[in-house]
Design a protein around this ligand. Structure first.
Ligand SMILES: NC(=O)c1ccc[n+]([C@@H]2O[C@H](COP(=O)([O-])OP(=O)(O)OC[C@H]3O[C@@H](n4cnc5c(N)ncnc54)[C@H](O)[C@@H]3O)[C@@H](O)[C@H]2O)c1
Ligand SMILES: O=c1ccn([C@@H]2O[C@H](COP(=O)(O)OP(=O)(O)O[C@H]3O[C@H](CO)[C@@H](O)[C@H](O)[C@H]3O)[C@@H](O)[C@H]2O)c(=O)[nH]1
Length: 455
């Protein structure tokens, strides 16, 4: 099938590549010309595990093509996916400017029938807005007869992939949520989407059909539920610590109940990333616009904001408020393993809090150092004294050299089984603050002062 993707970020690039991999003829467009140039020259602008070879294979097979020509992209696809960003606006609402700009471009250049699929996470009612914007553009061209016989269908097909495991999540989806319009437009779109998703549904059909609005809502509901589980567990971990209970033992006891399940109950330094924080805010904003408060989700956010600083509280509890002359090694900068994404990464808040108190910080991450350097340069703009006390080291053990403590902020596999003797030899004090609960507390028997969450 001929498919166009508008937006080649994490979602657009993974979606386009995986759809090319399943035999479609995919054309990807982005407004960021430098990004398109990098893709055309064989470079992959984001770090997503397994993505570069998959892109290379499909580019070689001419099933995956990149363009900075929007009219070409709109002409190409019978299905056009919108996968552009929907960041939080100043008041927390989802900023739809990129999604609506993409819709306007589609209306401006389409001259045959199209199914337009919203992959971006968008609030209830956006599908209707997309239709209105595209029709408005089409109407302005009616005079020139360009739009005669053109049919339009809008679909909401939210994406549930997680960064770091994006390819596997896309290729083996738990479910495919498909919101469509009533009537013939909806039927046409459902048939096309069924054909496109056939390779993903071979053993059983994972598609869940619903209204456009229900699909839009389902995406926010899923992220809100997952974020709630994390904040729930973080609050319990804080209590467990006070009453002398190991939260990991409690977690094992909890997850054995199939009604609870075993995912997204890992306590730590809080959730980050480009989705949970902004999507919770957007849902709270939608509720407010309808005169309702989402007390539970507001609390989820409050707990998470506080959780990012809990590790700093622990460090200050040990060394005191003034950290001048103290040096900390950081393992892990990305908001989660498997990605170089620094959006809303807890490491940014924690590093700034340490620098603000006078500490020196040596930061390490297996892949995110370049992104972290840029993100923290922005965060520390106007604080050259603090920026001067931050450095990066590509070697994990070297980052711990001569440090008063090691601070772990991302659960990369490479950090899970270190040589504790070598680490002890490098550190000024054998002290680890673990923001991801990576180790068994029995490492204390090796003479390591191990501080984790709820253990
Ligand atoms: N990152 C994830 O894990 C994830 C997962 C599921 C859903 N989502 C949702 O998918 C959407 C995209 O997220 P992302 O992380 O891929 O964003 P991203 O910021 O990585 O990429 C967005 C891309 O869209 C491009 N863009 C912006 N306006 C454009 C326009 N008018 N035309 C063409 N390109 C344009 C940008 O240049 C950028 O390359 C968001 O709504 C997000 O909430 C993200
Ligand atoms: O038990 C857990 C699980 C995750 N996290 C943290 O939560 C954040 C988000 O992690 P994850 O959900 O794995 O990554 P994302 O790529 O942000 O994926 C989420 O957001 C995407 C964008 O909407 C959705 O598509 C995914 O389904 C949803 O999991 C990270 O900071 C993790 O460290 C925890 O603290 N504890």
């Amino acid at each position: 099938m001929k498919i166009s993707i508008i937006g080649t970020g994490y979602v657009g690039l993974v979606t386009g590549t995986c759809l090319a991999e399943t035999g479609n003829d995919v054309l990807c467009f982005d407004v960021d010309e430098r990004k398109v140039q990098r893709l055309l020259s064989g470079d992959v602008p984001i770090y997503e595990e397994g993505l570069p070879p998959l892109i290379a294979r499909n580019v070689l097979a001419a099933r995956l093509v990149f363009t900075n020509d929007i009219s070409h992209a709109v002409h190409h696809g019978e299905l056009i996916f919108i996968a552009v960003g929907t960041p939080a606006g100043d008041d927390g609402r989802a900023d739809l400017q990129h999604v609506l700009a993409a819709a306007r471009d589609i209306g401006r250049y389409m001259h045959d029938s199209k199914v337009v699929v919203a992959k971006s996470t968008v609030p209830v009612g956006t599908g209707i807005k997309l239709r209105a914007v595209i029709e408005e553009e089409l109407a302005t061209r009616r005079g020139s007869n360009l739009a005669v016989g053109v049919h339009l269908s809008i679909v909401s097909n939210p994406e549930f992939l997680k960064q770091g495991t994006g390819i596997a999540d896309f290729m083996q989806p738990d479910r495919i949520v498909l919101g469509s319009e009533p009537g013939a437009a909806g039927q046409y779109a459902r048939d096309l989407m069924r054909r496109m998703y056939a390779p993903f549904n071979r053993d059983h059909d994972r598609t869940i059909h619903m209204s456009l609005e229900a699909a839009e809502f389902t995406k926010y509901a899923a992220n809100a539920m997952l974020a709630t589980r994390i904040s729930f567990m973080n609050e319990l971990a804080n209590l467990a610590e006070k009453v002398g209970v190991d939260i990991e033992q409690v977690r094992c006891g909890l997850v054995a109940d199939p009604r609870i399940g075993n995912s997204f109950l890992q306590a730590g330094a809080g959730y980050g990333g480009s989705c949970f924080p902004k999507d919770l805010q957007a849902l709270v904003h939608t509720a407010a616009a309808h005169g309702q408060r989402l007390h539970l989700l507001e609390a989820v956010r409050v707990v998470n904001d506080a959780q990012k600083l809990r590790l700093v509280d622990k460090i200050v509890g040990h060394f005191g408020e003034d950290l001048h002359g103290r040096r900390f090694g950081i393992w892990g900068l990305a908001f989660k393993p498997g990605t170089d994404d620094m959006r809303e990464a807890p490491s940014r808040i924690i590093i700034q809090a340490l620098l603000m108190r006078g500490a020196e910080v040596v930061a390490h991450d297996p892949v995110a150092i370049d992104e972290a350097r840029m993100a923290l340069a922005k965060d520390l703009d106007g604080h050259p004294d603090q920026a001067a006390r931050l450095s990066f080291n590509g070697q994990a053990l070297e980052a711990a050299d001569n440090c008063d403590a090691l601070v772990i902020l991302t659960d990369w596999n490479a950090f899970k089984n270190p040589d504790f003797d070598a680490l002890k030899a490098r550190l000024r004090e054998p002290l680890i603050f673990d923001g991801r609960n990576l180790y068994d507390p029995s490492i204390r028997a090796k003479g390591i002062d191990y501080r984790a969450f709820g253990r």
